[in-house]
Design a protein around this ligand. Structure first.
Ligand code: NAD
Length: 296
């Protein structure tokens, strides 16, 4: 494989493009507008600058990496000549089904189609193509250039050969791939989201405050940040959406989202991205300041 097409230049897509380009692949980065592409490429450039400042790469490496990334607003042009497509567009079932149905017609039948979805069934995405054996989940973690894990999700029909190809490719990117099967939440979110939900239920029931819950998990369990702070970073809307997938997918009430989480998302309090969640983020993300609602 030489040429990789990445669909979506947002948080994850620009990170995925960054990692492939830095490893030496030619990357075609696809988004809906020039403005989104410019923003994505500016983020890659800024993240590369940080690596140059830390002397992890040279200024020449930075320029070579950026030189291997080409932006496209047309998916047809962008996937032309691709040996692999990695989709990292907005988390929306209908959007992903449309993208994969279109991709199936646009690229030769031997090309593997990967998706970075956090919660949508790989088997469902594969079902709109005529190559279900070559559709696979390649779930990178945020921030992609830093986080080592890639959860490799096999759809119901994904072959051993395709899985091994993507596992090996992930290793070439300097990542550690872990193979899992396609069930709601895969492994990462199936375990993480109930923990976050339980932290919110513990808060909601008045067992302890935001800082107390986060401190217990940070200092007691050696987590780098507490579950409520982590939820603010992930986005409370994203947490809610994944819990709904788990709840619906397993039909088990243990996954029911805490009513406090539902209320906060309804009120527009989505965490860092909206400026407020369990903590207030208007001043940036360096200092932890409790949101007004959670002050004692
Ligand atoms: P984002 O909103 O930051 O970026 C999505 C990008 O996709 C946007 O720039 C949007 O314009 C673009 N897009 C939408 N429709 C498109 C189309 N038809 N063609 C091309 N581009 C299109 O979202 P994100 O956080 O980068 O998430 C992308 C995917 O990665 C989702 O499936 C999400 O579940 C998954 N994911 C996110 C995280 C995370 O922490 N943010 C972690 C792991 C996986």
């Amino acid at each position: 494989m030489k040429n990789i097409a990445v669909i979506g230049a947002g948080t994850m897509g620009n990170g995925i493009a960054h990692v492939f380009a830095q490893t030496g692949y030619n990357v075609s980065l696809i988004d809906l507008s020039e403005q989104n592409l410019e923003k994505g490429i500016a983020t890659i450039s800024k993240n590369l600058d940080r690596m140059v400042a830390k002397e992890k790469i040279s200024a020449a490496d930075k320029n070579a990496t950026l030189g291997r990334i080409q932006g496209h607003t047309s998916m047809q042009d962008g996937v032309n000549g691709a040996d692999l497509v990695v989709e990292a567009a907005t988390e929306n079932v209908d959007l992903k089904l449309k993208i994969f149905a279109d991709l199936d017609k646009m690229v030769p039948e031997n090309v593997i189609l990967a998706t970075n979805t956090s919660s949508i069934s790989i088997t469902k995405i594969a079902s709109v193509t005529n190559r279900a054996d070559k559709v696979i989940g390649m779930h990178f973690m945020n921030p992609v250039p830093i986080m080592k894990l890639v959860e490799i999700i096999r759809g119901y029909s994904t072959t051993d050969e395709v899985t091994e190809t993507i596992m090996e490719l992930s290793r070439m990117l300097g990542k550690v791939p872990v193979e899992v099967n396609d069930y709601p939440g895969f492994v990462a979110n199936r375990i993480l989201m109930p923990m976050i939900n339980e932290a919110i239920i513990t808060l909601h029931e008045g067992v302890a405050g935001v800082e107390e819950i986060d401190t217990v998990m940070k200092l007691g369990m050696a987590h780098p940040m507490g579950p409520l702070q982590l939820a603010d970073f992930i986005g409370l809307d994203v947490c809610l959406a994944i819990l709904e997938v788990l709840h619906e997918g397993f039909g088990n009430p243990k996954y029911a989202p805490c009513p406090l989480l539902v209320n906060m998302v309804t009120a527009g309090k989505k965490g860092v991205k909206s400026g407020e969640g369990f903590y207030s983020w208007g001043h940036g993300t360096k200092d932890l300041i409790l949101a007004e609602n959670f002050k004692k």
